[in-house]
Design a protein around this ligand. Sequence first.
Ligand SMILES: [Zn+2]
Length: 375
Amino acid sequence: MDPGMRWAAVLAVLVGCAPEPTTSETGTEPEVRVDGMLTTTTWSTRSDQDGEVDVPIEVGDATTSLMVSLSTTQERPILLQLIDPSGEVVLDERDWRGDEKLTHAFDVLRKTNALNWPVRRTDEPLWAGTWHAIWASEHQEGGRNPDDGVDLVVMTKDDPDPAQATITVRLVWADGVELGVGHEAAVQAAVQTWQRDWAAYGLSVDATFHTSDMDPTLPFTANGDLAVEAIAAEVADPGDIVVFLGDSMVYKPGVFGTGPNTPGTPYPGEYHFVAVALDMFIDPSGAISTDLARLLSETLSHETAHFMGVPHVVESDWARYDALPDTPRCTTEATCESQAGRNLMFPFSQCKPSCPVRTLTPDQVGVLQHYVGAR
Ligand SMILES: [Zn+2]
């Protein structure tokens, strides 16, 4: 027991308080929750003197996926390594500084960051024992934050049939947005299109609608918000994905939809959101064109796929790619449009002259199936 722990124990006795799991100087005991095939463990700790956090993850015989998510008090948690029970490093940040993107766990400017493993069908599968994820708490200039408060969420999924999965999506109207002319009909039609599209991949999208007092300009899309956490805690169980339906995005004007990380953490927190701006699709009379109806559906599914860990096939500099074996490596806008423009994870929509139906490759579907929220 370090001196801090001893003081915490003494204080607890002195004030006679119940051992409530609140953040203390040294952290909290793990709390475990089981929801069907998903086990969620949450606790708090602090980074060590090097600004690092070693997160142990207990993997059982039937565990098929894990997620480890860190929230630090400052930007930003960065994954350094994932280590299997034999001590072998199966994922190392230093191997991913090139032009391929496996996960945003290595490099995101958020206070919350997550790794879902495995990512690809070719990655080392999980096996029983204690895995370790080594993270660093970094600040924006790249230095470390020693003794930083860290909140942890570890999820493990025991999925006997990954080929068939349900994704539970909680669609949350920002304040009064459901009353906008044509909004309910357009979003319900878009969700039905999304459900039909993803059913072809064995993915069932279970959608429910909720109202809220969220600001309809979705200001949380910039830096997260405790209001997101509070609403998520009301409408979502661990593993569920929360999608906010707003009018616009005050900090991202002209953007159809957005999300926090690839992958996002499906557990109530400041970044538990996918966000869509309905003003981009539905005009004030309530009208929506056939093309925009298709784009609304694909914005919902594209942003949710990011949240579930699927990066863009190629970024619009035509020089950075996902790490999947079955997507193309094109190097110009013209070749990328012709080779990947009909992929759901192309960075923007191709509507010349009309918007095509956009699809996923088997390896992209594999990433979705591995996500802990796909059950
Ligand atoms: Zn995107």
